[in-house]
Design a protein around this ligand. Structure first.
Ligand SMILES: [Mg+2]
Length: 203
């Protein structure tokens, strides 16, 4: 961690100077993956099963053009359950990145949680602070992309995504067919949600 202590001479340490000269943190968008960016075919563990949701690339491109950092934060319990391994998840993410790039869009970082308490693969069978709605991946995204989580948004199709927003003090947007009953802004597609987010970003 960055130290903020001063030396005996009263001059700030190099670490403190580095900390104070860091650019201000910024708002970002944390995107769920399955059901938000790609079709949720259930435990997508191979690139051939990647299917971008209609309008998702264009929506991410709009965030890119507005200079809004974009992170994907996704639970991938299929690793713990033995359906696929870490390399498969990374292959899927490379395919998603390539398909987005073909449409002029990009994700700044992909973060995933391979753990689940009810897994069958010993090394991935446990509780994890990375598993949404726990905040580990969002905190990692914030450190990687210099995000102000309180000014950021979480977009996803499940309760765990909305709960993550609450846990980290961000604002939630739900992707879903049904109208919202809990006050969480809800849109059928990411493509519908992004204009709303861009209209509500703090300057
Ligand atoms: Mg999802």
């Amino acid at each position: 961690m960055v130290s903020s202590t001063a030396t005996l001479s009263g001059r700030p340490t190099r670490e403190a100077v580095a900390g104070s000269s860091r650019p201000p943190r910024r708002a970002g968008v944390l995107l769920d993956r399955d059901g938000t960016i790609i079709v949720d075919h259930g435990y997508v563990g191979s690139p051939e099963r990647v299917e971008l949701i209609q309008g998702a690339a264009g929506a991410i491109r709009r965030l890119n053009r507005a200079s809004v950092p974009v992170a994907v934060v996704t639970n991938q319990a299929g690793v713990a359950r033995g359906y696929f391994d870490i390399d498969d998840v990374e292959r899927v993410h490379r395919r998603i990145a390539a398909e987005l790039e073909a449409e002029g869009a990009g994700v700044d970082c992909f973060l995933f949680c391979p753990y689940h308490p009810d897994g069958v693969v010993d090394s991935f069978t446990r509780h994890s602070e990375d598993r949404k709605p726990r905040p580990g991946l969002a905190i990692a995204a914030a450190m990687t992309l210099n995000l102000d989580l309180n000014a950021s948004w979480v977009v996803g199709d499940r309760d765990e995504d909305v709960e993550l927003a609450t846990v980290i003090g961000a604002r939630p947007v739900r992707i879903g067919e049904r109208p919202s009953t809990d006050g969480v802004p809800t849109f059928r597609l990411l493509a519908d949600a992004v204009p709303f987010i861009l209209g509500h970003l703090e300057p």
